[in-house]
Design a protein around this ligand. Structure first.
Ligand SMILES: NC(=O)c1ccc[n+]([C@@H]2O[C@H](COP(=O)([O-])OP(=O)(O)OC[C@H]3O[C@@H](n4cnc5c(N)ncnc54)[C@H](OP(=O)(O)O)[C@@H]3O)[C@@H](O)[C@H]2O)c1
Length: 259
């Protein structure tokens, strides 16, 4: 029998057009896996697909909006037709908009809740339903944030959506206990991506970080590469059956001794 950790598997990665999602998709490609890469920007997804293929995997590309139930269901159905049953899901798509609660644009609040909470629930629903119907083992990963530890002023809603995602992960783990489906939270620290590219000029960004330092949320300036996070995801989903990583927190090492 081929064990789950060493056979080529079929993965669905949301938010795979950039950053951490792209790095996870490429890491799966390096394992020779089939990878369905979804996000809204089709051109950027094409670039991810090329990198997955170059790395040794097979890619399926289709636009995906994780906040739209029809889009998620169509994506899961077409990816399954193209690649075979999906047995690894990475709920990675996410967004964050800074702004104090008293000032933040309500549309941005809605966007964060939709993308980070509904956008994790809908793909989980689509993939887990298929795994249960097939009585098949699998892995579901939720990409969370160290913002769940402490509310970061100016980014409170984002932290709340990630805390909700971790709650969903823990509850889903109970719902599927005994089925062979593992659920893992990968909680991520500062990583260099486009994530904060629209958060304003360097001065505004600096002011935000100063507030976080004041409240003990940002202890140093160390940052990671998206591939560092991808390595943690690969570790979780390639661990032999019988063992389960519940939560992995990935943090950068401080760049120099603290003052
Ligand atoms: N970077 C960090 O420091 C950091 C720290 C902690 C946690 N995280 C988490 O890591 C995950 C990835 O973030 P990142 O840093 O790689 O940011 P990023 O470079 O901005 O990537 C975000 C990805 O999410 C996708 N996305 C956004 N809304 C979507 C939607 N409605 N439907 C489908 N895809 C959607 C984007 O693709 P399209 O725009 O093409 O749709 C993009 O591929 C997020 O969950 C984030 O919360 C990041």
């Amino acid at each position: 029998m081929t064990s789950v950790e060493n056979r080529a598997r079929t993965a669905l990665v949301t938010g795979a057009s950039a950053g951490i999602g792209r790095a996870i998709a490429v890491a799966f490609g390096e394992l020779g896996w089939r990878v369905a890469v979804g996000a809204r920007r089709i051109d950027a997804l094409g670039e991810t697909a090329t990198r997955v293929t170059d790395a040794g995997g097979t890619a399926f590309v289709q636009p995906l909006d994780v906040t739209d139930p029809d889009s998620v269901e169509t994506f899961a159905a077409n990816a399954t037709d193209a690649l075979g049953p999906i047995d690894v899901l990475v709920n990675n798509a996410g967004c964050a908009w800074p702004g104090d609660i008293a000032a933040v644009d309500p549309d941005r609040l809605r966007d964060m809740l939709a993308t980070n909470v509904l956008g994790a629930l809908l793909p989980s629903r689509a993939v887990v339903a298929r795994l249960l119907a097939a009585n098949a083992p699998g892995d579901v990963v939720f990409i969370s944030s160290d913002a769940v530890h402490n509310p970061r002023p100016g980014l409170v809603t984002y932290g709340a959506t990630k805390a909700a995602a971790e709650h969903i992960a823990r509850g889903l783990a109970y719902e599927v206990e005994g089925t062979g489906i593992r659920v893992t939270t990968v909680r991520v620290g500062p990583t260099i991506t486009d994530f904060a590219s629209e958060w304003g000029d360097p001065q505004q960004f600096g002011a935000l970080v100063e507030r976080w330092q004041h409240f003990g949320n940002q202890r140093h300036w160390g940052v990671m590469d998206p591939s560092d996070v991808a390595r943690a995801v690969v570790l979780a989903v390639t661990t032999p059956p019988g063992v389960h990583f519940d939560t992995i927190e990935v943090q950068p090492v401080a760049p120099r001794p603290l003052d």
